[in-house]
Design a protein around this ligand. Structure first.
Ligand code: SOE
Length: 368
């Protein structure tokens, strides 16, 4: 019996995504029958006290304070990048050159130049690679993909309309943070939350041919840690109209100034035989309208996506016991490990992430 493989993981980043990914690395082997054991070897952060605390609370074997030590460590198989956008390219390219498999948080990079260099590096070194657009693996969204592929809303899509709305900075008092600085983030709502709905547009409908866009920065300056004001040089909100290559129409909005919307990703797809709608605030449900239903019974069905034959659900709970935001990261990491061990391509990989980055760039240029 060949010895079962162990994959040694190092996570770079200790904030929100560092916590979400730590939970996912912990839970994936417990809820998915993975083809390898997972060793949570190291978590890396610049702040020593915070990183030591994260290693303890998130259950990593050791705390490391310089990502270069992770990349140079021959015992590390997988590097998981959960840092702000300005370090994605440097870390990923060094990790690829060191032969590490790479999972990178979205967006792939700040711009197309960086994203292209990352895609080239993983192609050159042939390391397993994936961008963590986690919402593709929310069971209701994965079901939507299956239903579209099976032609259940028809063989033609007319409309894809999506909105990603938050309100965490919708006030002048909120201080300057890295997501509001283009030198770190690359863009504002567009690259942070708009990237998710662009990825879903491409995943569910197809490639985007062209766009028009407008954006706005509602609060032009914010207080920094040293009590001085700094200019907000990214978008607070962006609206996009466009066309897919297959002729479908695109409508997108990404905003962080929608009071009351804490993390609402929603979309509606209208096809030649029916429609699908999804709302992350009701993430276990997918609403489906079948124009072929008998006239007296036509209406949006409210599918509760918790059946064992629904995507990922058999790994979780019995019918009706709903899942949450964190499960999409566990589903993503389980698929990544399976693809890595079986040497299969996994979507979205860096080449796919580069296509989304090109759309972000197209929108940024259209808005200007
Ligand atoms: C923005 O606040 C954010 O954390 C995004 O960066 C994540 O990708 C999204 O899932 C939740 O909101």
């Amino acid at each position: 019996m060949p010895k079962r493989r162990t994959l040694s993981v190092a996570l770079i980043g200790t904030k929100f995504m560092g916590r979400a990914h730590s939970n996912a690395w912990r839970q994936a082997p417990r809820f998915f029958d993975l083809p390898a054991d997972i060793q949570m070897a190291a978590i890396c952060g610049r702040d020593r006290a915070e990183t030591r605390r994260a290693a303890k609370t998130l259950d990593w074997e050791r705390a490391v304070y310089n990502w270069k030590a992770i990349v140079a460590d021959p015992t590390i198989d997988i590097v998981d990048i959960c840092t702000p956008n300005d370090s994605h390219a440097e870390i990923a390219i060094a990790a690829a050159d060191a032969g590490k498999a790479i999972l990178c948080e979205k967006p792939l990079a700040r711009n197309v130049t960086e994203a292209r260099r990352m895609a080239e590096a993983v192609k050159r070194t042939r390391v397993a690679n994936m961008v963590c657009f986690n919402y593709r693996r929310v069971p209701a969204i994965a079901l939507a993909k299956q239903m579209i592929a099976a032609g259940e809303i028809g063989d033609r899509v007319y409309h894809f309309r999506a909105r990603y709305a938050q309100d965490w900075i919708a006030g002048e008092k909120f201080p300057m943070v890295w997501r509001l600085q283009s030198k770190v983030a690359g863009s504002g709502a567009l690259g942070d939350i708009g990237a998710h709905i662009i990825d879903l547009a491409r995943f569910l409908v197809g490639e985007i041919a062209g766009v028009s866009a407008v954006n706005e920065t509602f609060v032009k300056r914010r207080l920094t840690k040293n009590r001085s004001y700094a200019k907000v040089d990214v978008d607070d909100a962006v609206s996009v109209v466009g066309k897919f290559k297959n002729g479908a129409m695109l409508n997108l909005e990404a905003t962080r100034f929608a009071h009351g919307r804490k993390n609402q990703l929603s979309f509606e797809i209208n096809g030649s035989r029916g429609s699908l709608t999804f709302d992350l605030e009701k993430m276990n449900r997918l609403r489906f309208y079948d124009a072929k239903d008998p006239a007296h019974a036509r209406g949006f069905r409210d599918i509760i996506v918790t059946e064992p034959n629904h995507p990922y659900i058999k790994n979780w709970w019995p019918a009706g016991h709903i899942i949450g935001y964190e499960h999409s990261f566990v589903d993503t990491i389980a698929d990544f490990v399976n693809a890595l061990v079986t040497r299969k391509r996994i979507q979205p990989d860096f080449a796919d992430g580069l296509k989304t980055q090109r759309v972000l760039d197209l929108i940024q240029r259209a808005a200007h």
